[in-house]
Design a protein around this ligand. Structure first.
Ligand code: PLP
Length: 490
């Protein structure tokens, strides 16, 4: 770690990135070269024997790697959900990886652990979460790499809490509840913590409830299971589902779950960011009924990968499921004086892995650099652009909005044509429309299927996406729609 080499190598990368971001709008958004194995063919079979200058390496990045990338930071990237990057996020990530401390126990880097506890409290306050999720209020939070990891941790905590009461043999009777819109990671997580696959309940939603769960549907599923002698364990409520951006009514279903002593997890991976704006905070109403809440700053909160906030109301549930006490960690200076003091948090006991990144400094820098006002402006700019797009779709008789927009995701399609109003025919047309738009390289969107309908998703939220880019994608869609419809008429 020679200081000259640090300055030289990182300067070369900064220059490379500055050029990349100057031109990012010019690349085809989706990887242009989709042939599997292309990169393997271009690169040597073995690592080099001798080190090479950074400039040579970056030249290869430009030539061999960039053409095969999908440009997630293009302002015309509207696929999946956004994965925000920002100048402060990038610089703060450098700070985090540059310091490269490993705060698994408090004493391994006390300021890092404490900064994390401060930042998760700041975030909870910004989103208007109930006091019980703050360290300040008896709960607390942790920064993990992804919602998927956070979900496994909460499922393990819920399982152990229940088995502590019922005995280990009850594991075969524990049931996890989700909706048909819940992220697939809950099913995977349930399997990982030993829930019988047949005890994972997928509750159907419908257009009538905006594809959100209802208390009645939860009650019916739970009552049926209780009647069979099963034990309701865990319910996931999502604010902003992956496919459609649907919202589960947290209070209603939380009350239902509470009647059975279930663990309630509130997954706000994408839409949680919007709760920094007062007008979106009501979607988290009822959060005090949850045992845990998670959201991903790495989606729509100007935070470069990776960063997931997980808050729990009772840290001891999480810690008793995840703590370890190996001998080799007993020599890092955590003497009896610090152990057990509330501020001396051993974050290894709040997550799956032992080693961990210093994510707190990244989020702290971002929050200070942009401030809450800057974050609100970022969210509102995208919501306004999505609203503009939704209005255009609704006003054009060739198109239809399939599910009303709540945040910055618009789900739409070319409407069924007169005389050809079956979903199969309509789905073909929409599949072709999406393929034509993506093949143009001028935008990238992805689809979802709901009630047999192929739906095109415009997920607005890229850090540099402006209304102008959304207007251009609307023009592009209209042009491609004419071509596709003509093709079907001939
Ligand atoms: N939950 C929801 C609602 C999501 O939209 C996503 C990702 O899109 C996830 C969970 C998974 O998040 P991660 O990739 O951080 O594990």
């Amino acid at each position: 770690l020679d200081p000259h080499a640090i300055a030289g190598d990182s300067q070369a990368i900064q220059d490379f990135l500055a050029e990349y971001y100057r031109n990012v709008d010019k690349y085809p958004v989706r990887a242009a070269d989709l042939e599997p194995g292309r990169v393997r063919k271009l690169l040597p079979d073995a690592a080099p024997e001798h080190g090479e200058p950074m400039d040579h390496i970056l030249e290869d990045v430009r030539r061999e790697i960039l053409p095969g990338l999908t440009h997630w930071q293009s302002p015309r990237f509207f696929a999946f959900f956004p994965a925000n990057a920002s100048s402060a996020g990038l610089a703060a990530e450098m700070l985090s990886v540059g310091l490269n401390v490993v705060p698994f126990v408090w004493a391994a880097s006390p300021a890092a652990a404490e900064l994390e506890s401060v930042v998760v409290d700041w975030m909870a306050r910004l989103f208007g979460l109930p006091r019980r999720f703050l360290f300040f209020g008896g709960g607390g939070g942790v920064l993990q790499g992804s919602t998927c990891e956070a979900v496994v941790c909460t499922l393990a905590a819920a399982r152990d809490r229940a088995l502590g009461r019922l005995g280990h043999e009850a594991i075969a009777r524990l049931v996890v509840y989700a909706s048909d819109q819940t992220h697939a990671t809950f099913q995977k997580g349930a399997r990982l913590v030993g829930i019988k696959p047949s005890n994972f309940r997928v509750i159907r939603t419908s257009a009538a409830s905006g594809y959100g769960l209802t208390a009645e549907a939860v009650r019916a599923a739970v009552d049926r299971d209780v009647g069979l002698g099963l034990v309701p364990l865990y319910l996931c409520a999502t604010v902003g589902t992956t496919g459609l951006g649907a919202v589960d009514p947290v209070r209603e279903i939380g009350e239902e779950a509470r009647r059975h002593g279930m663990w309630v997890h509130l997954d706000a991976a994408y839409a949680g960011s919007a709760a920094i704006c007062r007008e979106f905070q009501d979607y988290l109403d009822g959060a005090e009924l949850a045992d845990s809440v998670s959201m991903n700053p790495h989606k729509w909160f100007l935070t470069n990968m990776d960063c997931c906030c997980l808050w729990v109301a009772r840290p001891r549930d999480l810690i008793s499921a995840l703590s370890t006490d190996p001998e080799y960690l007993k020599n890092v200076g955590a003497d009896d004086d610090v152990a057990g003091k509330p501020a001396a948090i051993d974050y290894k006991d709040w997550q799956i892995s032992m080693s961990r990144r210093f994510r707190a400094i990244k989020l702290w820098v971002i929050l200070r650099r942009y401030g809450a006002a800057g974050m609100r402006a970022h969210i509102r700019r995208h919501v306004a652009a999505a609203k503009w797009f939704e209005q255009r779709v609704a006003a054009d008789e060739r198109f239809e909005v399939v599910v009303p927009r709540t945040f910055s995701l618009v789900c739409f399609r070319l409407a069924p044509r007169v005389g050809r109003d079956d979903d199969d025919a309509t789905n073909h047309v929409n599949r072709d429309l999406l393929a034509a738009v993506n093949a143009s390289g001028r935008a990238f969107m992805t689809h979802f299927v709901v009630d047999g309908k192929f739906v095109i998703r415009l997920a607005v939220g890229g850090a540099s996406t402006e209304l102008q880019h959304v207007m251009e994608v609307w023009d592009l869609l209209q042009g491609k729609a004419v071509e596709v419809l003509q093709h079907y008429q001939t």
